[in-house]
Write a protein that binds this ligand. Structure first.
Ligand SMILES: NC(=O)c1ccc[n+]([C@@H]2O[C@H](COP(=O)([O-])OP(=O)(O)OC[C@H]3O[C@@H](n4cnc5c(N)ncnc54)[C@H](O)[C@@H]3O)[C@@H](O)[C@H]2O)c1
Length: 256
């Protein structure tokens, strides 16, 4: 309990999946949570349920970011934790079959969102830290495919790889400027979110798809959203105060 007590946290793509599990856990551990999502009703419902707020927010839109950060500043005056969770694939697409349009769509929501979000958060977070307490923590949800490429997901691999190094660039910049803002990435293996389960069930050979995924995770099972939320909580809290630019891989051994 109380591992992030008193902190103001914003979670993008927070209405469902890993983002929703993270919002719930941060709130349970004492944070005031701002849930943002392109799904306005979902964001508002969960934000209210958790005693925080919900905001309609397309994470790839710079205008939406300015509006969301302004709303947080108005209501709470500060931001301690930003979880850049929103990200999309665009179906299966290798380099020969994925269109440039799909590539731009994936990059916009998955990577541009982290760039703009980090920029906006730093503006608000810098100056609110002290030598003993962190000024802020930015946690970016990348993927195993930010470390190990997927042939069938060219754009997604590119976007998640970019998030991995963008995280480190931000970490270095903040450290060198004495901002006390940490920036770390999280790399989930396959997680049983509603969308992931629906995707597996849609496949003609659904049992084979699940079996193939299981063999890629040496631990012998697929993850739950809470497995990733636990890692994000750690990076959001002061327990990880000496970590910046790090990669937290939570993947059942997929990348080994
Ligand atoms: N589920 C997995 O197996 C897995 C594995 C590795 C990495 N990830 C990453 O974790 C993050 C969350 O994944 P998930 O599976 O929980 O997601 P999800 O598909 O369940 O979607 C979560 C939320 O994102 C919202 N969203 C979609 N587009 C958005 C946009 N433009 N702006 C704001 N919100 C938007 C959706 O409305 C939804 O509520 C993503 O970055 C994803 O790439 C997921």
């Amino acid at each position: 309990m109380d591992r992030v007590k008193g902190k103001i946290a914003l979670v993008t793509g927070g209405a469902d999946g890993i983002g929703a599990a993270t919002a719930r856990l941060l709130a349970a551990e004492g944070a005031t949570v701002v849930v943002t999502d392109i799904n306005e009703a979902g964001a508002k419902a969960l934000g209210a349920e958790l005693g925080g707020m919900g905001i309609a927010h397309d994470a790839g839109s710079e205008a939406d970011w300015h509006a969301a950060i302004a709303a947080v500043k108005d209501r709470y005056g500060r931001l301690d934790v930003l979880v850049n969770n929103a990200g999309i694939g665009a179906g299966i697409g290798d380099i020969e079959h994925q269109t440039l349009e799909d590539y731009h769509k994936v990059m916009r929501v998955t990577c541009d969102s982290v760039f703009i979000g980090s920029k906006c958060a730093i503006e608000l977070m810098k100056g609110q830290g002290s030598a003993m307490a962190g000024g802020g923590s930015i946690v970016n949800v990348s993927s195993i495919h930010g470390i190990k490429a997927a042939a069938h997901e060219a754009a997604y691999s590119a976007a998640k790889g970019a998030v991995r190094l963008l995280t480190k660039s931000v970490a270095l910049h903040c450290a060198r400027n004495g901002y006390r803002i940490r920036s770390n990435s999280v790399h989930p293996g396959y997680i049983l979110t509603t969308q992931m389960i629906a995707w597996m069930e849609r496949a003609d050979n659904s049992a084979d798809v699940r079996a193939a995924l299981l063999t890629q995770h040496p631990i012998g099972f697929l993850g739950q959203p809470e497995d990733i939320a636990n890692g994000i909580l750690y990076l959001a809290s002061e327990e990880s105060r000496f970590m910046t630019g790090s990669e937290l891989v939570i993947d059942g051994g997929y990348t080994l």
